[in-house]
Design a protein around this ligand. Structure first.
Ligand code: MN
Length: 228
């Protein structure tokens, strides 16, 4: 049991040791065409699908506990954008000016829970928003790193490459994605935005060591451990 006096906002570290407080975490589905196809949808006809994770699910941790009620926990390697300013109905250029920094992230997904919810026409929020479902690496400020199209994004499990693409494979680049999101909700400083995953998502197991990398950003490393 936790007490109100124990509550703290989600606080992440920058590569230079400073802190970033997370207000909310937005995510996008189907932002890489090959991943949209592997999930059974037609990327040429789909608008970005936005969803959320609670800020408390965003963690910088060496270990992630196996979540409850799943036998199919999937990894999704993603570029995560952190906002230092906000607004609504932003142009792509205005949205680009709101970016504070970037980190490597993993959108962990209870794929079996999600599939059952989809089949039943029910919301799949908790397939994505469980505790520790959004591990991220150290944040690098936007003046020190840019999401250039030729930068590789990759994910390894136990030394085996499972996902590999370049950021230019995204259907909606960062600025346009933020612009579109800002036409749905007001964006705020402190928001984190997971920008979608390339093809190759697959199941994890307890004991797996996961390494997620994007050229020029600090690596994200974590191990899946049993639920306590
Ligand atoms: Mn995702």
């Amino acid at each position: 049991m936790a007490l109100l006096s124990d509550w703290r906002p989600t606080t992440l570290k920058l590569a230079d040791g400073r802190e970033f407080h997370v207000r909310h975490a937005w995510c996008v589905g189907r932002n890489y065409a090959e991943h949209a196809r592997e999930m059974g949808s037609d990327p040429s006809r789909s608008d970005p699908v936005f969803f959320s994770k609670p800020a408390s699910a965003i963690v910088q941790a060496d270990t992630v506990e196996w979540p409850p009620a799943t036998e199919d926990l999937h990894h999704e390697a993603e570029l995560v954008v952190f906002l230092g300013a906000g607004g609504r109905d932003l142009s792509a250029q205005q949205a680009a000016g709101c970016v504070f920094g970037y980190a490597v992230g993993c959108d962990l997904t209870r794929r079996d829970v999600q599939a059952r919810a989809k089949a039943a026409g029910m919301p799949w929020a908790l397939s994505k928003g469980f505790d520790q479902s959004g591990p991220v690496g150290l944040i690098v400020q936007a003046d020190a790193w840019r999401p250039d199209e030729n930068r590789e994004i990759r994910l390894e499990v136990g030394g085996e490459i499972r996902q590999r693409a370049v950021l230019g494979d995204k259907i909606w680049p960062v600025a346009e994605l933020l612009s579109r999101l800002s036409h749905e909700v007001t964006l705020h400083p402190g928001d984190a935005v997971f920008t979608g995953t390339p093809a190759g998502v697959s199941g994890l197991a307890v004991g797996d060591g996961v390494v997620v990398g994007i050229d020029g950003l600090p690596e994200l490393r974590f191990e899946i451990v049993p639920r306590r």
